[in-house]
Design a protein around this ligand. Structure first.
Ligand SMILES: *Cc1c(COP(=O)(O)O)cnc(C)c1O
Length: 389
């Protein structure tokens, strides 16, 4: 099979939902990828923050293979060691109290929305169901998480949406205060708006929102689907904002390349869901769970220090370059605004053997947490040439 055969087959048989770039990756290792012509790429995208330790990382492979040869799946009617072990690990490292396992970010947020509404309906009755979300946010592609997503471009053609979502301008404490009426049960936020253009929230805004929510018993849900699992330079990004969320959702990088999601419940929410309230056929799959145990156990203080160091290196290298307007982000989740068209930059980088992403009008970098300094330097050099050229 050469590239054109794959492209033709894809175009004929796969729904046209993705504006694909003209490339198919065949294999790779770490932060090095190869296409079907044997061309080599440095990867600054990790499959959109999924391959936390790059492609076919040996320790990750071992965790997956070990479990795959023991038990590939078991229904949630029975106890399962990898799930229980992973849940314990997640709780111990976050101070959260309980976990539900899902398969994706959208599903994790669906579960968070259901939990917030049940918490409120148990305690306050039926009318306190509204959820505040931020403008420019992204929370997923299901109908409810699309409604929670504060970007109109995603809403066209898919209505009607479930009621009860309202949108507040990010970093506007005034608007947030006004929105927190007695009909509101929860607020959901990304600490860094990823799809929205890699926009970190102001510390003051997050602190004030948290304080106001606490006073009114409004639950704070933090969407760590993209920022989570070491990406931000801490295990979860909220840890850098000094808050204790009631619910944390995560997915993308959690199992290092397998579909997996988790919802972490705090003290207030740990008992909200009971028998029959929620479920998932695949959620907590043992192979995914074992992969996640391997990933989480490697995200220690040393690795997080390294993430911060690499982050600083990228900021220092790219800030002030010709045609660069701004560099934003947290840890190894970085957005670069330039005077050029972002898609054109991506295409030129691909030609030169570097894979980068876009987020709105920015270039988005999401390299592997363990990318080598050499790969990082070489990739940045290509990116700079392209942006300055
Ligand atoms: C990617 C993403 C989602 C959706 O995750 P899926 O696994 O694609 O369903 C939700 N929230 C945020 C912040 C994301 O970045």
């Amino acid at each position: 099979m050469n590239f054109n055969d794959i492209k033709d087959m894809d175009n004929e048989y796969i729904a046209n939902t993705y504006a694909r770039f003209d490339i198919a990756i065949k294999n790779g290792r770490g932060s090095t990828l190869y296409d079907y012509d044997g061309k080599k790429y440095i990867d600054f995208s990790t499959g959109i923050a999924v391959n936390s330790f790059g492609v076919c990382d040996t320790l990750w492979e071992n965790a997956v293979i070990e479990q795959a040869t023991k038990l590939n799946h078991v229904s949630n009617l029975y106890y399962s060691l990898p799930q229980a072990k992973l849940a314990k690990m997640l709780c111990e490292r976050t101070n959260m109290k309980k976990v539900f396992f899902a398969n994706s970010g959208a599903e994790a947020n669906e579960c968070a929305i259901k939990t917030a509404r049940k918490y409120s309906s148990d305690k306050y009755g039926k009318d306190r169901y509204e959820i505040i979300t931020l403008k420019n946010s992204f929370h997923g592609r299901t109908i409810a998480t699309l409604a929670a997503t504060g970007q109109d471009v995603f809403h066209q053609n898919f209505g009607p949406f479930p009621l009860g979502f309202k949108y507040v301008t990010a970093n506007s404490i005034e608007e947030m205060k006004e929105a927190m009426t007695d009909k509101v049960c929860a607020v959901i936020m990304e600490m860094v708006q990823g799809e929205g253009g890699v926009m970190p929230l102001d510390k003051k805004f997050v602190e004030e929102t948290y304080k106001m929510a606490l006073e009114k018993d409004i639950l704070v849900i933090i969407d760590e689907v993209q920022t989570g699992n070491g990406r931000s330079g801490s295990l979860y990004a909220y840890m850098q904002y000094g808050i204790n969320p009631d619910i944390v959702t995560t997915a993308k990088g959690l199992a290092g390349g397998l579909p997996f999601g988790a919802i972490l419940f705090g003290e207030k929410t740990k008992g909200v869901l009971s028998f029959g309230d929620h479920g998932s056929t695949f959620g907590g799959n043992p192979i995914c769970a074992n992969a996640a145990i391997s990933i989480l156990s490697r995200i220690d203080d040393k690795l997080l220090e390294e993430v911060k160091e690499k982050s600083k290196l990228i900021f220092d290298y790219m800030s002030g370059c010709k045609n660069v307007l701004s560099v934003d982000g947290l840890g190894l989740m970085i957005g670069i605004k330039t005077t050029k068209n972002a898609k054109d930059i991506v295409k030129e980088c691909l030609n030169k053997g570097l894979i980068v992403l876009t987020a709105k009008d920015k270039i988005r970098l999401l390299p592997a947490l363990n990318i080598s300094y050499i790969d990082l330097q070489n990739g940045l050099q290509i990116l700079r040439e392209v942006i300055e050229g």
